[in-house]
Ligand binder design. Structure first.
Ligand SMILES: Nc1nc2c(c(=O)[nH]1)N[C@H]1C(S)=C(S)[C@@H](COP(=O)(O)O)O[C@H]1N2
Ligand SMILES: [Mo]
Length: 361
């Protein structure tokens, strides 16, 4: 079955999601920091239109002193800027069989942005976390219906995770205010965690004495095999390496054509569970592997560059693969492991390349 036939059963509903929520074209892996319009997007409901003059962030719940902050208040605080690689937990879902019906990502739900904002911890300390608080709930302004439940998009983090130094409230990407689609005027950024953690269009931060039982925490974003499973929370990003597909694409299928010549195959790798220690590459569909050359990373929380010199042995069909391993020993499987909502499928990327030329048989 060709790749096109395999995906032929995609539904109009999935297509509607896919046209709203675009991925990062893989050739953009070339950039240390993804140009803003090329960063992937995932928006569950509608993009809220927010008037920044009347907008306020409330920090309340189990705190000694509730805070209400304007955008100017937040901008006046200590500012931090860090390149952070973000990946949707549903990345890879479109390759699962049977395919869970949701945003049908293949490989491209990733990007690295230079988030600018203020660290969360000093704000929580100023509000004064009361004894007994166990979680911090982050609530967005966007509303919708999901799984039959009307809700606003909100998710919680354990207090100790929310207090990590790298956790920030971002009001800009580089020097530009957040674009509407990325959470204007303010979003949470939790480096190393899957995308759903980074609540956009933030309006309220609430300290809770009990774990949050809302839809996005307890039903969605859990690994389960059946609807009856309690499931395990989806948290940090599993390791993944992606390559810029070499050669040139066939328009309709994205399959590649390349000359019989030496190619520099490059890409990026990341993990929320450790630093990237190794990226291996294969040109025979994963039968044999070689080490790539690892490059720099712009920050602890951004992806690491890698590259490999590939000289095809002759004309013919090749299948290029890449596989990352992190410092905690996590690596990528060749085959997907299925779960009900299609989360964290980090099976290795496969790129079909037809090599022509060189005059050899
Ligand atoms: N308020 C709100 N925050 C949200 C979402 C959302 O739909 N609403 N989507 C989440 C998901 S699932 C992902 S993967 C990231 C995507 O962030 P981006 O669109 O800026 O790349 O935002 C997260 N934050
Ligand atoms: Mo996501």
């Amino acid at each position: 079955m060709s790749k096109l036939e395999a995906s032929a059963s995609i539904t109009p509903e999935e297509l509607a999601l896919a046209t709203r929520n675009h991925g990062m074209p893989l050739e953009a892996l070339t950039y240390d920091v993804t140009p803003v319009g090329l960063h992937y997007l995932l928006i569950h409901y509608d993009i809220p239109v927010v008037d920044p003059t009347s907008w306020r962030l409330t920090i309340g719940g189990s705190v000694r002193r509730e805070l209400e902050l304007s955008l100017d208040d937040l901008r006046a605080r200590r500012s931090v800027r860090q390149p952070v690689t973000m990946e949707c937990a549903g990345n890879g879902r479109g390759r699962l069989s049977p395919r869970p019906v949701s945003q049908p990502w293949l490989n491209e739900a990733v990007g690295t942005a230079e988030w600018t904002g203020t660290p969360l911890r000093p704000l929580l300390e100023e509000a004064g976390i009361r004894q007994g608080a166990v979680e911090v709930l982050f609530s967005g302004l966007d509303r919708g219906v999901e799984g039959g439940v009307e809700q606003q998009y909100e998710r919680s983090l354990p207090v100790d995770e929310a207090l990590q130094d790298e956790v920030m409230l971002a009001y800009a990407i580089g020097d530009e205010p957040l674009p509407p689609q990325h959470g204007f005027p303010l979003r949470l950024v939790v480096p190393g965690w899957y995308g759903m953690t980074n609540v956009k269009w933030l309006e309220r931060v609430t300290l809770l004495d009990q774990p949050f039982e809302g839809y996005q925490n307890t039903w969605s974003y859990n690994f389960r095999q059946t609807p009856e499973d309690a499931g395990e929370r989806v948290t940090r990003m599993e390791p993944r390496a992606l390559m810029v597909p070499p050669g040139i694409p066939i328009f309709a299928t994205r399959e590649r054509h390349a000359e019989l010549a030496r190619h520099r195959v490059s890409g990026r790798a990341w993990s929320g569970r450790g630093t990237i220690e190794r990226v291996e590459v294969s040109d025979d569909g994963g039968a044999t592997w070689q080490d790539s050359q690892l490059g720099e990373q712009a920050s602890r929380w951004s992806w690491r560059a890698w590259d490999w010199e590939w000289t095809p042995s002759g004309p013919g069909d090749y299948e290029l693969c890449c596989r990352a391993t992190d410092s905690a020993g996590n690596t990528q499987p060749l085959e997907a492991s299925w779960n009900l909502h299609g989360f964290a499928n980090n099976q290795v990327q496969r790129v079909a390349v037809t090599v022509t030329g060189g005059g050899e048989a």
